[in-house]
Ligand binder design. Structure first.
Ligand code: FES
Ligand SMILES: [Fe+2]
Length: 441
């Protein structure tokens, strides 16, 4: 069996210009290295600030196997700490979210901490007199995550000490978050309606690739769209559609539609699919909302925001954003062959309830375990995970529209069915995995 640790050359060789090796999806060692390196070296989405509205509110979330705590401070700031007691390592909270009051108290020996992690008190204090506790790590309270960025209420962390700044890492793709937030006439989003969680028995990269795959809907989702089309038969194209119809029918669009909708890649693996239009472009207009948007943003900017509705914007490696309907998916890898996918819906402050209903309806119809779309994909991801174990061909093809000239262009706009969007992810994968890795002597 190949060993990859300390062999950056072997890791880099898994990603060729137009294809990738199956070990990327199957190897437990590669998965462990991804947890240690890729998810530490990049900026990873942790959660939304609206999940912790009040001081003392917390969300506990593992990133790359490290338990973290996102906490609202008394001054309104959002801090992120490691969920590890400074004494012996007990997790301070085991609930996924809640309110801790004015301080954290460890359930084991009752050491306490302020909301920012500073030490507050230790029982039986006199036993520590004359010891080195105060001077050592344990006496300093909780370890904080140093590199935290709250961008328009989206909270990201970079666990590694060194690496690109948040702005340099994401660059132009941040416009996709701006677009979603600016759809609120008040410039503010809040998470609503809970979260839909789905554990898929496949590698996380397979899921992320599919977010950029427009060649599959025609075949993969044929049964769902044909059923919807049959239900809608006899209606004129201009008839107002129920929301579910409005959202499902465009999945049946032809190859040519997906090709023309266009895609754009950015440095570091990010992408926007549907730069010209998307399956979301023809949702019914809402005149009152548009008036509110014009009043908030001005004529030109309001039109720009509303006309732009990409299908998926990928913030590599773990966040996928839909500006309209306001929904995100978060990819949380659990093992080489197990991935947790979360689908969240957002309410846009100052916008009609219908927008929020669209986000929830979309998530239920398309991403939930009981959806009429996701199970088509999930079935195939699990099939790929098995199929790749077969002997013979060890490579996965990403040849569609490959052009050697793309290698020199970190940012590029292309047709919507070009597998460049996936090749771009894997090139970023290889770079983050081997960054700073010393080869074995
Ligand atoms: S482990 Fe937390 S107080 Fe002892
Ligand atoms: Fe799909």
């Amino acid at each position: 069996m190949t060993s990859y640790r300390h062999h950056p050359d072997r890791i880099a060789a898994l990603v060729q210009d137009d294809r990738v090796h199956r070990d990327l999806y199957l190897s437990e060692e590669i998965f462990a290295l991804e947890q240690e390196r890729l998810f530490a070296n990049t900026w990873v989405y942790l959660g939304h600030a609206s999940q912790v509205p009040e001081p003392g509110d917390f969300v506990a979330q593992d990133i790359a196997g490290r338990p973290l705590l996102m906490v609202r401070q008394p001054d309104g700031a959002v801090h992120v700490m490691y969920n590890r007691c400074a004494h012996k390592g007990t997790q301070l909270v085991t609930d996924e979210c809640g309110n801790t009051g004015r301080f954290f108290r460890c359930p084991y020996h009752a050491w306490t901490y302020k909301l920012d992690g500073a030490p507050l008190g230790v029982p039986l204090k006199n036993g520590y007199e004359g010891t080195q506790l105060k001077a050592c790590e344990s006496g300093r309270g909780l370890s904080v995550v140093k590199h935290v960025k709250v961008y328009r209420d989206f909270v990201f962390v970079r666990l590694a000490d060194t690496g690109p700044s948040f702005e340099d890492y994401f660059g132009e793709v941040l416009g996709a978050i701006d677009n979603m937030v600016d759809r609120s006439p008040e410039g503010r989003l809040t998470v609503g309606g809970g979260v839909l969680r789905n554990i898929v028995h496949c590698n996380w990269k397979m899921y992320l690739e599919n977010i950029n795959d427009t060649v599959h809907p025609m075949s993969t989702h044929e049964s769902a769209t044909k059923a919807a089309e049959a239900l809608w038969e006899g209606h004129a194209p201009t008839d107002p559609k129920p929301m579910a119809m409005e959202q499902i029918l465009p999945f049946g669009s032809g190859y040519e539609f997906f090709d023309r909708m266009g895609g754009r890649v950015f440095a570091n693996g990010h992408s926007v699919l549907g730069v010209n239009f998307s399956i979301h472009s023809n949702y019914a207009q809402l005149p009152e909302y548009e008036t509110a948007m014009r009043a908030a943003h001005g004529e030109e900017r309001a039109a720009e925001i509303l006309q732009r509705s990409p299908q998926n914007s990928v913030f590599y490696p773990s966040l996928s954003v839909k500006g309209s309907p306001q929904a995100i998916r978060v990819i949380r890898p659990l093992a080489a062959d197990r991935t947790l996918v979360e689908a969240w819906s957002f309410r846009a402050a100052g916008a009609p309830d219908l927008l929020f209903e669209r986000a929830m309806s979309y998530n239920r119809l398309v991403f939930s375990p009981m959806s009429v779309v996701a199970h088509d994909d999930v079935h195939l991801f699990e099939s790929i995970q098995q199929g790749l174990r077969a002997g013979g061909n060890e490579w996965v093809s990403l040849h569609r529209n490959y052009d050697p000239a793309e290698l020199a262009q970190p940012t590029l706009t292309t047709n919507g069915t070009n597998e460049l969007l996936m090749r771009n992810q894997f090139r970023a994968w290889a770079r983050s995995m081997v960054a700073g890795m010393e080869a074995a002597a």
